[in-house]
Design a protein around this ligand. Structure first.
Ligand code: SAM
Length: 255
């Protein structure tokens, strides 16, 4: 938890309510979960600074970062979650682009719901702007490693390019939390980087660059399945590779 100076508290409370983020990237509300250190230190430029949202919220740029695979990967994630969301679905962490608006259009009228959690208020605010004013999507400021959600509450959960941004121990906690909140038989769909095949040219040229920008992504490339998921999930994974293994979709089923 990041401590707030006493004189900052009224300002912090106001910002927390208005969904804005402090310029110095500190926690917005002493009662709410704080922005984790790995995120403040390594990703302030991508998710926390107000200019980040203006810069990155462009479909073509997101697609460029994913080497032209955004449409294919987001469509695969949507297909894995189902043409219609007939029960409760959770998306863990906001994403730039139109994935969540497309997902929200699939919410069924008969018991379907969509909740999206994120720890950065400006990201939830940005998502709100991408959804229709009358949306039923719930946006919750929560930490993926400590979800304030009941056990077995969701049919399924989606983690889209979140895990590669987290240190290994945090990543495992995020996956365990997602599994906790889905029902037995429910699924956690993960789309993220994988380990490119040995012949993939980007395996050798992209890694040094991404290591500078995304320190934990490189760590994932070094482990055999690329994700370092909790060992107990090993036998309940279905894996599909994209773009020569550089991206993958892993579906975990809660037993
Ligand atoms: C899903 S990831 C990467 C998305 C991908 N680069 C894109 O936009 O397509 C980025 C999001 O994860 C959120 N995030 C990171 N760590 C988190 C955590 N511990 N709890 C909740 N949200 C988190 C960030 O605030 C950010 O909005």
């Amino acid at each position: 938890m990041i401590a707030a100076d006493t004189e900052d508290l009224p300002l912090l409370a106001n910002l927390a309510h208005s969904g804005e983020t402090l310029r110095n990237h500190r926690a917005v509300d002493s009662a709410a979960p704080a922005i984790p250190e790995y995120l403040r230190l390594n990703y302030w430029w991508a998710y926390i600074h107000p200019a980040a949202v203006k810069l990155f919220e462009r479909g073509w740029l997101v697609d460029l970062i994913l080497w032209g695979n955004y449409r294919q990967l987001s469509t695969a994630a949507l297909a894995a979650l189902g043409a219609t969301l007939d029960g409760p679905t959770l998306q863990v962490a906001c994403v730039y682009g139109d994935l969540t608006p497309r997902l929200s259009e699939r919410v069924g009228h008969d018991g379907g719901t969509l909740d999206v959690v994120d720890i950065v208020p400006i990201q939830l605010e940005n998502l709100r702007k991408k959804l229709p004013a009358a949306t039923a999507v719930r946006m919750l400021k929560q930490d993926s490693t400590d979800l304030d959600l009941p056990d077995a509450a969701y049919d399924q959960a989606l983690l889209f390019f979140l895990l590669h941004e987290q240190p290994a121990a945090i990543r495992r906690r995020t996956v365990r939390e997602a599994l906790r909140v889905v029902k037995p038989g429910g699924r956690v769909v993960i789309v993220d980087f994988g380990r490119p095949k040995w012949w993939h040219p980007l395996r050798y040229s992209w890694l040094p660059l991404i290591s500078c920008l995304e320190p934990f992504a490189a760590e994932m490339w070094r482990c055999p399945n690329g994700l370092a998921l909790p060992p107990e999930t090993e036998h309940h994974q279905i894996r599909r590779l994209f773009f020569g293994g550089m991206f993958q979709m892993v579906t975990l089923t809660r037993h």
